[in-house]
Design a binder for this molecule. Sequence first.
Ligand SMILES: *Cc1c(COP(=O)(O)O)cnc(C)c1O
Length: 377
Amino acid sequence: MITFNKAPFIGAEFGYIQQAVDALKICGDGSFTKKCNAWLEERFGARSALLTTSGTSALEMAAALSGVQAGDEVILPSYTFSSTATAFVGRGARLKFIDIRPDTMNMDEKLIEAAITPKTKAIVPVHYAGVSCEMNTILEIAREHDLVVVEDAAQGVMSTYHGQALGTIGDFGCYSFHETKNYSMGEGGAILVRDEGPVETAEIYREKGTDRSRFFRGQVDKYTWVDWGSSFLPSDMLAAYLWAQLERADEINENRLETWRFYREAFEPLAEAGRIDLQVIPEGCVHNAHMFYVKCRDLADRTQFINHMREHGVQCVFHYVPLHSAPAGLKFGEFVGEDRYTTSESERLVRLPMYYGMDPADRQTVVDAALDYFQRG
Ligand SMILES: *Cc1c(COP(=O)(O)O)cnc(C)c1O
C-alpha cells in the first residue's frame, strides 16, 4: 500500500539524539532546542521563535498571548483542524466561523468585516496546504479594528507571502512538527512572535509561568512564579530529531516540490477538461508542497475515487469535516454568513500521497491509478 504520508527521516536524527543524551540534557531548552529556535528566527525573520510540544500548544500560547478572555469573539475558518478552535475555546472565547474561498480553501478575507462585533478580539487565518491567506487585507482589517492576528501556519513552514515567511506576518505564528507535517519531531511545534513586546511573556507562559528564561540569561538572580503558564517546551531529544531536518530544510522542500510538480503536470489536462479542480496558488504566494489535492465532482465521486485508489494499492485521504457542524463547533460557536463553499468544497477534496523521499515509481503508480479512474468519465 502506498500510504498518504511517511514521516520525514533524514538519517542524522539518531546521531543527534545520542548527542543530546550524552550531554545529559534531555529536558527542554538544551542545545538542540536553542539551535532550532535560532534557525527559525534567522531563516524566517521572526523576532522570537520557541519550540513547543505541538502545533496545538503553540496555538494555546498564542491564544493566551492575544489576551483573549471569556466572552471575546474570535474569527476563524470552519474548514480547519480542531486545534485552531480549541486553543481559543480554552480562553473562554466564542468562535465565529466564516466561509472559505474555493480556490485556496483559506478564509475569505472579504467576509471578515461582516463578522466583526465590539467583542471581536482576534482573527485566525489558517494557511491551508501551505498556501498563504490574503494577509495584506487581513492585517489592514486587524489594524483598523485593533485586532490580534494569529497565523495558524502549522502547514506553512517554508512558505512565503510576498517574500515574507508564513508565521511571521501576524502578531503570532504557529508551526507544527507533527509527523504528518513537512518537518517533524513526532509531536512538536513552534510559536513565532513578531514584536518585541510579548517576547518575555511568551517565555514565561512556556516555562510554567516562571521567569526561568531570564534567570538562565543572568537577568535575575533567582527565578520565581510570575504569571500563568504551562509546560510548553519539548524534550531536547525531540529537538535533536527536528534539527537533523531543519539543517536539510531546503533539500526536503525541493524534494516535495518535485513530487508536487510531477502530480501537477499529470493532472493539469484533467483540470483543463473540467473533470477535476486543482489547487490555486495566488500571485505572491510561494508554497511548500505540503499537500497535493484534487477536487472531485461531489461526495459520491470522491468516495468512488478513494475506493478505486485503495483497490490499486493507494491510500488517499480527505479531512476536515467543517468545525461549525461538529458537536463542539455547535457548542462553542456559530457560522457567520452563508456556508457557500465550506461544506460543499470540503466534500469534494481528496489528498494524494505526498511525503519527502517519495519513490518515483510510487508517484507513477498514484498517477496511473488516478488517471484510470478520471478518464473513464
Ligand atoms: C497539524 C495542524 C495543527 C495541529 O498541530 P499539532 O502539532 O498536531 O498539534 C493545527 N492546525 C493545522 C491547520 C494543522 O494542520
